[in-house]
Design a protein around this ligand. Structure first.
Ligand code: ACO
Length: 355
């Protein structure tokens, strides 16, 4: 008899069954603390008008962005990740020696290899522990939340440091007004621990749903620097090492995907939308978030927004926003929150948390 693929519901049951440890006790995983780092330099919309033909009015009305942070020339994705990671570990009341897993999400690693996670691991004084990068663009932090949760639930790891870090300024074409006004630099981190309960400032990671559609890979990408177009004088001259985006297409798909991912994660956990205290969306464009609010009938004050100050920081966007949400005490004990993102790939994901 030929093997049959599981249906959607069976796949969900298999996924939750996989979260049961060999002893039978369900392993809870919680975000114990977060940490954030943004570079000192602020680049305002008005300053951008000296670089490209744009205006503060155009950028604010189309995106909601007023300013973004830009890393120093010698400051890298790993440098920012180290800062955010160290803060998260300290806030968690742990020391680097307690961490046994480091995962970094980034599309702007310090270099193609070794991984940024390995660079961060040694800089934080950790030795001989599992460290690797994940590339899922703006959904990266949701992807690494799911990966870390599953690895912790396996029983083999106890405390994970997960970090989204980006130096997007290093892959922007500063002559292209349609992209350079949108992005910024920064890093956000979280410490996830097994056996932690929600409450006392920790957030239980209840569930994550991930997806991707590679058929849409051509609407947001960087063509150069890989095996298809290795670096050469010609590839540099052609601008292949810059981010390319079909903004309109991304915009349309983003709204649909963010709504679906949020509704799916709530439905599969029987959590009604009105019990969600805070939705923490990827910070790409305030119009996307406003349309999401309208379509889902969720008031805007339940969405956390910091893109006006930080722009789109890709994999760093969700953890930077989560760090602010926790600092502002927006998720009380027992309340639910949703992280939701989409990004190049296209990738998407949503995580359900409980305070
Ligand atoms: N200043 C002034 N004019 C501009 C600018 C600018 N910065 N950028 C583009 N324009 C012009 C265009 O040239 C065009 O002019 P034309 O009509 O004369 O040709 C006009 O404005 C309209 O351009 P559109 O691209 O149609 O503008 P739109 O309203 O779609 O807004 C935007 C563009 C802001 C990029 C929007 O499409 C968007 O936010 N898309 C989603 C992007 C996104 O979410 N990316 C996240 C993923 S990032 C990741 O995963 C790494």
């Amino acid at each position: 008899m030929s093997a049959q693929l599981p249906t959607g519901t069976q796949a969900d049951e298999l996924a939750s069954a996989a979260r049961v440890d060999p002893g039978g006790a369900r392993q809870t995983v919680a975000i114990r603390a977060t940490g954030a780092y943004t570079p000192e330099k602020v680049l305002t919309n008005n300053e951008l008008t000296h670089l490209v033909d744009t205006s503060d009015e155009w950028i604010v009305s189309r995106t909601g962005i007023r300013e973004r942070r830009i890393a120093a020339p010698d400051e890298t994705a790993a440098d920012m990740a180290v800062q955010a990671g160290a803060r998260a570990i300290e806030k968690a009341g742990l020391s680097p020696a307690d961490i046994d897993l480091v995962i970094v999400a980034t599309i702007t690693p310090d270099m193609p290899f070794p991984s940024t996670a390995c660079l961060v691991q040694t800089r934080l004084g950790m030795r001989n522990i599992c460290a690797f990068d994940v590339e899922a663009a703006c959904s990266g932090f949701i992807y690494i939340t799911e990966i870390a949760t599953a690895m912790l639930q396996s029983g083999r790891f106890r405390h994970a440091l997960i970090i989204g870090t980006e130096k997007l300024s290093s892959i922007l074409d500063w002559n292209d007004r349609s992209t350079c006004v949108l992005f910024g630099d920064g890093a956000g981190a979280a410490v996830l621990s097994r056996g932690e309960q929600h409450g006392n400032g920790s957030l239980s990671v209840l569930d994550t749903r991930l997806g991707a559609d590679g058929a849409a890979s051509n609407i947001l990408y960087m063509p150069g620097g890989g095996s298809r177009i290795p670096a050469s004088a010609e590839s540099l001259a052609a601008g292949h090492h810059f981010l390319k985006m079909n903004g309109r297409e991304v915009f349309k798909i983003a709204i649909r995907i963010m709504e679906q991912a949020t509704r799916d994660i709530l439905a599969r956990n029987d959590v009604p939308l009105d019990r969600v205290a805070c939705i923490i969306p990827h910070q790409a464009n305030s119009r996307i978030i406003e349309m999401l609010s309208e379509r889902m009938q969720v008031p805007m004050d339940r969405f956390h927004i910091n893109l006006d100050r930080l722009g789109n920081t890709s994999a760093a966007s969700v953890p930077l926003a989560l760090d602010e949400v926790l600092a502002q005490g927006k998720i009380a004990s027992g309340e639910y929150a949703v992280l939701v993102a989409f990004g190049a790939g296209l990738t998407w994901g949503a995580t359900l948390l409980r305070g």
